[in-house]
Design a protein around this ligand. Structure first.
Ligand SMILES: [Zn+2]
Length: 525
């Protein structure tokens, strides 16, 4: 048996590994690289395996850094099926379409910039040398009503002037073709995925539908077991069940566990405190007459926040102020949550379902879909809570809410998710923190939103307990308390220092562990 590690190796995005045994080549995850645009685009455009060589694929969960390159797999000639949990299949039907839409709009925007630059050159040289009239003529040519990019006109001009055009990584048609290859299965049920090879999904507790994937097969007269963890969640988080600890007794030793290490060297704030902290922030902002703005990922984090606010309201710990979820994608994905109560934990059943309540619906909660409703919400001056995406404030409607709210010291921006380097979310978090350290006196820091500068006077509060990834101790708890006998651990899905530190930690605890190099193949026989 060979395993090759292709992505999320000494980094966190682009998850992809290949298992080969006999005639079976099973791809585990097919995720998008994310980060700095140019760098990740270049990485995403090179597909490291021949897709027609892959016999089947298994997908650990719906996050785009695990699923986002599946359309490229299909486009490249993959003929097998994508095996995943039912919930992940449903969530991907929204997430992959959304990803295709982003790819198409990014390419269109870059092509627009190429054509615009060329037209400026033809007219007079640089933008600033042009009269307002010349500029508006060009805008009229390239945008519908001066707003929406005119795709047809842009592509016609690219051809006419023989300019280099950017092709989207994949299109909506590619995403839809990929979705037709998906098959959703329940947890704890062996499924045949190759010759004498079965796959079983176990609860990973990371996001709705996330799975630990066990591949079991015979080779050279003996049984092999490989577990791919995908991302591992935490114990005691709302809505989701805990990561599985009790596996079927008869599975035998695990020859290889491919394990994530996002927080391999870190320790999280306890999850129990996040509810108290959120209540505190909501009450303080309400008393000042302000607005609570929460940037959140559309899948997972948005529903976590809605769920906790619902609980706090029911317990009478916060006032019954209006709550808005402004992200059409989040609205659709919340429906996926509501359609899969079979995967909720006991507490969710007890608090909500047994009383006939939907955890994601309550009086005063509004899912915004149209732009007009969104605009209306931005202009509302009475206290309310707004949850919007994108999670790292890089795009989407959250930018407009921030634009309307950052300058007012009565408002609070609550950071509930990971903010990567070089994102607006990270800038707000760090600048807000600095300003607070100075006692919120003197000149407020400046943040740039949609090309304009704003003083960041709103309070910025970070609540860390929301993380969907286990920290070092929780991952150790998973290993220690499970009934698995693990022979070797490949540490993946972490920045290099996190992965190396986690592998060292595991070795100290008596496990055999290593951090593979990108493209490295290991053989187990
Ligand atoms: Zn994930």
């Amino acid at each position: 048996m060979h395993v090759t590690f292709y992505g999320a190796i000494r980094e966190v995005t682009g998850s992809m590994h290949l298992l080969e045994s006999g005639k079976d080549s099973i791809l585990m995850d097919c995720g998008l690289f994310q980060g700095r645009r140019k760098e990740s685009d270049a990485k995403n455009r090179i597909f490291p395996v021949d897709p027609s060589h892959v016999t089947n694929m298994i997908l650990s969960h719906a996050h785009i850094d695990h699923s986002g390159r599946i359309p490229l797999l299909i486009k490249g000639g993959f003929n097998g099926r994508v095996f995943t949990t039912r919930t992940t299949a449903d969530a991907c039907s929204y997430l992959l379409r959304d990803s295709a839409h982003i790819q198409e709009s990014d390419a269109l925007y870059l092509n627009y910039k190429t054509v615009r630059g060329h037209l400026y050159n033809l007219a007079n040289g640089k933008k600033n040398d042009l009269t307002n009239r010349e500029q508006s003529e060009i805008t009229k040519l390239l945008k519908h009503n001066g707003l929406r990019l005119n795709k047809e006109a842009i592509s016609k001009l690219l051809t006419q002037y023989n300019l280099n055009s950017v092709e989207p990584l994949y299109t909506m048609t590619d995403a839809e073709a990929a979705l037709s290859a998906f098959d959703g299965y329940p947890y704890n049920t062996p499924i045949t995925v190759g010759k004498g090879m079965t796959l079983t999904f176990f609860e990973a507790g990371h996001i709705l539908g996330s799975a630990l994937c066990l591949l079991s097969f015979r080779e050279k007269g003996r049984r092999f077991n490989v577990i791919f963890t995908g991302d591992i969640g935490r114990f005691g988080r709302p809505i989701l069940r805990n990561p599985t600890l009790s596996f079927p007794e008869n599975i035998g030793p695990i020859d290889l566990m491919i394990m994530e290490s996002t927080y391999g060297a870190r320790h999280h704030e306890p999850a129990e405190e996040l509810k108290d902290r959120l209540a505190e922030v909501i009450n303080a902002t309400y008393n000042k007459g302000g607005v609570v703005v929460i940037p959140a990922f559309a899948f997972g984090r948005t529903q976590d926040v809605v769920y906790i606010i619902h609980e706090l309201r029911n317990e009478g710990r916060i006032p019954k102020l209006p709550v808005f979820v402004d992200s059409p994608l989040a609205g659709n994905l919340t429906r996926v949550f509501a359609e899969h109560p079979e995967v909720y934990d006991k507490a969710t059943h007890k608090t909500f379902l047994e009383k006939g309540l939907n955890p994601f619906e309550f009086k005063g909660l509004n899912y915004i879909s149209t732009v007009a409703e969104s605009m209306e919400c931005m202009k509302t001056t009475t206290p309310h809570i707004i949850i919007s995406s994108s999670g790292m404030c890089e795009a989407g409607r959250i930018l407009h809410h921030l634009r309307y709210r950052v300058h007012n010291p009565n408002n609070t921006i609550v950071i509930v998710g990971y903010m990567a380097q070089h994102t607006l979310g990270r800038r707000i978090m760090e600048a807000g923190w600095e300003y607070k350290k100075q006692g919120r006196t003197g000149k407020a820091p400046i943040v740039k939103i949609l090309g304009k500068e704003y003083p960041l006077k709103a309070d910025v509060v970070k609540i860390g307990g929301f993380s969907a990834h286990a920290d070092r101790e929780e991952m150790y708890t998973f290993l220690r308390k499970s009934n698995l006998h693990i022979k070797n651990i490949a540490v993946v899905h972490g920045e290099e220092e996190q992965s190396l530190a986690f592998a060292d930690f595991l070795k100290e605890k008596g496990f055999k562990a290593f951090v593979p190099k990108k493209g490295q193949t290991i053989t187990i026989d």
